[in-house]
Design a protein around this ligand. Structure first.
Ligand SMILES: [Zn+2]
Length: 249
């Protein structure tokens, strides 16, 4: 086996597409599903324990997305690499597309990256993921199918020492009607603290799916952020998939 072949042995396809022919109007995207980092990166210089933390991925988000995709009969695009390699929900021009620091943790393997190393991650991870989503949305547009984008994420309960009080947040920019309606429904279904545009806000400079796949196509698009401790177990993940299913239908 050549060196090149062995180098890419543990490089999966960058996107897993579930339920491509699903009949729902909703298209799910879960960019931060995985903490996978191919062996050749040597964990980007981080300890294994750091790679289990929220800095590497959105804990619980993949399982919620898979269950919700099945419940809704909705297509779902799942990212297969850690966001520490390249963030699928940021424009590649963003300074944090390939973060040199995440929360309070330095990422040694991302410091002084050569243009070639950066391009490799763009070509093998970022571009094909976005192309798969775009091709799917192009097809729906051609078939005149109604489409709403819902991206599934999770957030850490404590960030830089500060506790976050919300159980979940719905983030939106232009899709205020869809966003506010989803918040009202989720509040009714769960009785929990659901915030608007928390713990982050959508910005074109630091978000990708909502502005590019959603708003640039004139589609309703929201991002769901669930607090990680609520979806850390299989029970919680199933419960939140059901909450979202009931709120989205
Ligand atoms: Zn995320």
């Amino acid at each position: 086996m050549s060196t090149l072949q062995s180098k890419f042995d543990d490089w999966p396809e960058p996107v897993e597409v579930l339920n491509d022919g699903g009949r729902s109007d909703i298209v799910l995207i879960c960019e931060h599903a995985s903490n996978h980092i191919p062996e050749c990166f040597d964990g980007l210089g981080l300890e294994d324990i750091e790679l289990e933390r929220h800095i590497a991925w959105d804990i619980g988000a993949e399982s919620v997305s898979r269950s919700l995709s099945a419940l809704l009969d909705a297509p779902c695009f799942i990212g297969k690499y850690s966001r520490l390699l390249i963030d699928l929900n940021r424009p590649i021009e963003s300074a944090t597309s390939i973060p040199v620091r995440s929360e309070a943790t330095d990422v040694p393997g991302n410091v002084h990256l050569s243009p070639g190393d950066r391009q490799l991650r763009i070509d093998r991870i970022f571009t094909p993921f976005q192309a798969a989503v775009s091709a799917h949305l192009d097809r729906r547009e051609k078939d005149r199918r109604p489409t709403k984008i819902v991206a599934i994420h999770s957030f850490t309960p404590v960030f830089l020492g500060e506790a976050r009080p919300w159980d979940a947040g719905i983030l939106f920019d232009k899709s205020a009607e869809f966003g506010v309606d989803l918040i009202d429904r989720l509040k009714r279904v769960t009785g929990l603290n659901i915030g608007a545009n928390v713990p982050y806000v959508i910005e074109r400079t630091s978000d990708y799916a909502i502005p590019v796949h959603g708003e640039d196509r004139g589609l309703d698009a929201v991002l769901v952020e669930i607090r990680q401790d609520l979806i850390g177990s299989a029970d919680g993940q199933a419960r939140w998939a059901d909450h979202l299913f009931r709120s989205l239908t």
